[in-house]
Design a protein around this ligand. Structure first.
Ligand SMILES: *Cc1c(COP(=O)(O)O)cnc(C)c1O
Length: 355
């Protein structure tokens, strides 16, 4: 066996996907299952499709290409505003594109005409998080003008994203802003635009019954794949967090002082390390590092372990409080934060196995 590795439970992902799908179905909300965390992993994508999820959301065309090559059928939604340099490919591979600018919209329209390809556009609106989208106060006129210029591509909806830059939470109020903009546009354009209003963090508004009823599309990755909500800072109680487990191997077990000896500069990542003097401590070194994980996002199964630090390829753990007498060759297990999981799925050094 080869370590480090991610042990991926397709069964648990399936159960999570089913629960989220059922919940959204009940509220007539379309579920777009987001695969960017797992780089469009075809086995996971297949699991999502088999549950009955129609649409897959992805931020990267390479991942969409990988899925298509592995016989995962669309429709696909492109989550990241496309680069002009990838528009040709985007129009060919994708069915629905999130956009936030006139230049991109018109170029997509031009390419769609060239290929005679139906393509739907969701215009993103920034309700305060300061990532992508037209600022909400300018949205009505801006989107109206652009929609009127489209010939082949079709404005099918508006959307928003929160929790990503500013950490802004979705609320009844900021989502109602979208509902107001939809009403204006539907009136001017004679449309019935959908509102792509949510991601994992927005599940909470469904649970509390506060979601405005016009919101009818959610794009969800983290909740299904990890059972967590990083922005809302919670484990989602009705979903499983045992979907993905990291296993890493111990390469050194030692007993050392808790404070380094000598003059302190910076660590390998340019950070100034700080140390609390706890005397001599029992420590483990794992063969995994910053290249593969975010050490702050490691959640050890052995709750008494304290992750101290990682450099490129070593992670140091204090096990003084643990009841286990670790030895070289032992395998330690962790759940992962979204950030740590993102790096682990992306690292070519972390093997992926499925059960
Ligand atoms: C990543 C992403 C999502 C999915 O977010 P989760 O928190 O993983 O549910 C939704 N929309 C956009 C635009 C994204 O980039």
């Amino acid at each position: 066996m080869k370590f480090p590795r991610l042990v991926i439970s397709l069964k648990k992902i399936e159960e999570n996907a089913k629960k989220v799908l059922d919940m959204l179905n009940k509220h007539n909300i379309e579920l777009v299952a987001v695969t960017k965390l797992v780089l469009g992993d075809p086995k996971i994508a297949k699991t999502l499709k088999d549950v009955g999820i129609q649409k897959i959301g992805e931020s990267r065309l390479d991942n969409i290409e990988k899925m298509i090559k592995n016989k995962i059928s669309g429709p696909f939604q492109l989550l990241r505003i496309p680069m002009l340099s990838e528009l040709d490919k985007a129009v060919l591979l994708v069915d629905e594109i999130l956009i936030s600018d006139e230049t991109t919209a018109l170029k997509i329209d031009e390419i769609a005409q060239k290929y005679d390809k139906n393509i739907e556009l969701i215009y993103m609106i920034d309700v305060g998080d300061l990532r992508e989208g037209v600022w909400f106060e300018n949205a009505c006129k801006t989107i109206e003008n652009i929609a009127k210029k489209l010939k082949m591509a079709k404005l099918s909806g508006i959307g928003t994203n929160v929790g990503c830059f500013g950490g802004i939470l979705p609320t009844k109020d900021n989502l109602n802003t979208l509902v107001g903009i939809k009403k204006y546009l539907d009136d001017k354009l004679n449309t019935n635009l959908k509102i792509s209003g949510g991601s994992t963090v927005t599940l909470k508004l469904i649970e509390s019954g506060e979601l405005p009823e016009k919101i009818n599309q959610f794009r969800i990755g983290e909740g299904i794949l990890l059972g967590t909500d990083a922005t809302g800072h919670r484990d989602i109680p009705y979903l499983s967090q045992n979907t993905v487990i990291l296993e890493a191997e111990v390469i050194e077990v030692d007993y050392k002082p808790s404070v380094p000896v000598g003059k302190i500069g910076r660590d390998s990542m340019g950070r100034i390390p700080e140390f609390e003097d706890k005397g001599w401590r029992k420590r483990i070194i794992l063969a995994i590092g910053e290249q593969d994980i975010d050490p702050n996002g490691l959640k050890p199964f052995d709750k008494r372990l304290e992750v101290l630090h990682a450099s490129s390829d070593h992670t140091i753990i204090d096990y003084t409080e643990s009841e286990v007498n670790y030895k070289i060759g032992d395998i330690l297990k962790f759940k992962l934060s979204y950030g740590a999981a993102l790096r682990a799925f992306t690292s070519p050094f972390v093997k992926k196995i499925y059960q």
